[in-house]
Design a protein around this ligand. Structure first.
Ligand code: CP
Length: 307
């Protein structure tokens, strides 16, 4: 099966069959990263532009590694080193990048919808690496891959997503994806961090962490997105941690074989205690490892790969 779309802009528009195709393809790439020579010739001669106009460690690095492991030439552009600091618009930037005839453009942008605008402007496939508080599809795909590989399925699992739901593109993409794959998704956070009408996305909503994680198969903790918040929406980090930090005590409410996930970057002692982040239930670094395979799969599929 091949991907029948040009761009990967969000999980909302992907079908369960497309998600399975991406995850199945990613699983075939996992082994490459364990080899001594971590390279396939699959994308030799292809060029990938990573246009990261917002800070990133995991996503930018893993897209670059993914491209290189497939033998593509990868070019990284950041906001501080692009001519956008001189006032060039995203549209003009897109036209100029398109004129250099790359094969894929990966974009992270602080504004929701920027990847969609880019995808309309250029003929090349565009992959959304996170747009504002809207979507982070590749993060949700690597999260789903981690759950599927550890639990053997997603259907019927209780997944608790806890923290700053309102400003989290990771939460939004995971809710879309996990619901499509049959998981039961519950969310929890301070009332000021829960979007109005979030129930319409098909999730159960709690104001207390303990209620949400009770009997959970998966707990996904989120960072407070201070860079997107317009004003202080909780009194202090200490008060937030008192109510919403996953720790060695409250985690006992979850299933005995619970998986603890976090997209990173982590604020230790705020949304997750260090002993839980580094403890036996944590699959946080497995998520990062799977991120390379998922991004290899996406680069392969959007450039016409598949059977
Ligand atoms: N999870 C994630 O998107 O991390 P980065 O911001 O470091 O890319």
């Amino acid at each position: 099966m091949k991907l029948s779309r040009k761009d990967i802009l969000g999980i909302k528009e992907l079908g369960a069959d497309e998600i399975n195709l991406i995850l199945d393809t990613a699983e075939t790439f996992i082994e490459v990263s364990t080899r001594e020579i971590k390279k396939l010739p699959t994308l030799r001669g292809r060029t990938i532009i990573n246009l990261f106009l917002e800070a990133s460690t995991r996503t930018r690095t893993s897209f670059e590694i993914a491209g290189k492991r497939l033998s593509a030439d990868t070019i990284n552009i950041s906001s501080s080193t692009s001519s956008m600091v001189k006032g060039e618009t995203l549209i003009d930037t897109a036209r100029n990048l398109e004129a250099m005839n790359p094969d894929v453009i990966v974009i992270r942008h602080r504004s929701a919808g920027a990847p969609h605008l880019l995808a309309r402007m250029v003929k090349q496939p565009v992959i959304n690496a996170g747009d504002g508080a809207h979507e982070h599809p590749t993060q949700a795909l690597l999260d789903m891959m981690t759950i599927r590989s550890k639990k053997g399925k997603m259907e019927g699992l209780k997944v608790a997503i806890v923290g700053d739901i309102a400003y989290s593109r990771v939460a939004r993409s995971n809710i879309y994806g996990l619901r499509k794959m049959g998981a039961h998704v519950v969310i929890a956070g301070p009332a000021t961090m829960l979007p109005r009408d979030i129930e319409r996305m098909g999730v159960a909503v709690y104001c207390r962490l303990e209620e949400a994680i009770k009997g959970a198969d998966i707990i996904m903790m989120l960072r407070i997105q201070t860079e997107r918040q317009q004003q202080n929406i909780f009194p202090s980090l200490r008060e937030y941690a008192n109510y919403f930090c996953l720790n060695g005590e409250n985690i006992k409410l979850a299933k005995e074989d619970v998986l603890v996930m976090h997209p990173g970057p982590i604020n230790r002692g705020v949304e997750i205690s260090p002993d839980v982040a580094d403890g036996p239930y944590s699959v946080i670094l497995d998520q990062v490892t799977n991120g390379v395979a998922v991004r290899m799969a996406l680069l392969y599929l959007v450039t016409g790969g598949g059977q």
